[in-house]
Design a protein around this ligand. Structure first.
Ligand code: ADP
Ligand code: MG
Length: 240
């Protein structure tokens, strides 16, 4: 889906109000694979949370496919999130007392998909990320890379039009990071979902087609990375 931001501002209020986003202008096309890169504290997560309708902005406009996303009720926001958006987090955010397949089923549960169908779809998605044999395992029995693949399967199981990932490789070693990035690149190629990755690592950003730099709450340069990007070789072995 097409994403557009015009002059978006966000201030965290409190004893010391903090003006974090200072007029973000950004346009991301349907099916793009982009990264948002910037130093710690530059506003990346704040921006991603607004894109994911997890948080509100104070000023400006955020449009998805031309529809203004503003002043939504909690129920409307939840409905949009559930229908359109998949999230991947640095810390995986898996539920520890649910096994892999139950974690993947969760978004389908919220969509009211019947139990049996839920299970089938979740198993199919686990197969795609190469974790069929791990379906009954709990998060604490899995490696970081496996947990992130479960989280990716959970984000994908509803076939969202927009996938947002906040430092998805931040807790992984470099080899596992490369695997996860190749998996994400492959997902973008295969399903055409818009994929937005937040990172402070240039090696991660280098997997994406466009690198959007954010500095102290404003968009700086935007690099076309298609000529230079890392290959998507290994993905074939991880994702069918
Ligand atoms: P990044 O993800 O680029 O590291 P963030 O968007 O998380 O940056 O944070 C930007 C700034 O806003 C930081 O100074 C951070 O401490 C502050 N901040 C983030 N979330 C909150 C919050 N909920 N309340 C107050 N300040 C916050
Ligand atoms: Mg962050």
């Amino acid at each position: 889906m097409q994403i557009e931001l015009h002059n978006v501002h966000k201030t965290y209020t409190g004893a010391q109000p903090l003006h974090v986003l200072k007029g973000i202008d950004l346009s991301i096309d349907k099916g793009e694979f982009v990264s948002i890169m910037g130093a710690s504290g530059s506003g990346k997560s704040t921006l991603l949370n607004i894109l994911g309708i997890l948080d509100k902005y104070d000023e400006g406009e955020y449009l998805i496919d031309g529809k203004l996303i503003r002043d939504l009720s909690e129920a409307q926001a939840a409905e949009y999130r559930n229908r359109l958006i998949g999230f991947i987090f640095q810390s995986f955010n898996l539920i520890s007392f649910k096994n892999a397949v139950e974690n993947v089923e969760l978004p389908l549960f919220y969509q009211g998909v019947p139990r049996r169908q839920r299970h089938e779809q979740a198993m199919a998605m686990l197969e795609r990320v190469g974790l069929t044999d791990w379906a009954e395992h709990y998060p604490n029995e899995m490696s970081g890379g496996q947990k992130q693949r479960v989280a990716i399967a959970r984000a994908l199981v509803t076939y969202p039009k927009i996938i947002l990932a906040d430092e998805p490789t931040g807790a992984l070693d470099s080899r596992t990071s490369a695997e996860v990035m190749e998996l994400l690149a492959h997902i973008n190629e295969k399903y055409g979902a818009t994929l937005i990755i937040v990172t402070h690592e240039s090696g991660v950003a280098n997997y994406t087609n466009r690198i959007i730099h954010i500095n102290d709450g404003v968009i700086g340069s935007i690099d076309d990375n298609r000529e230079h990007k890392s290959s998507v070789f290994g993905s074939r072995t991880i994702m069918k």
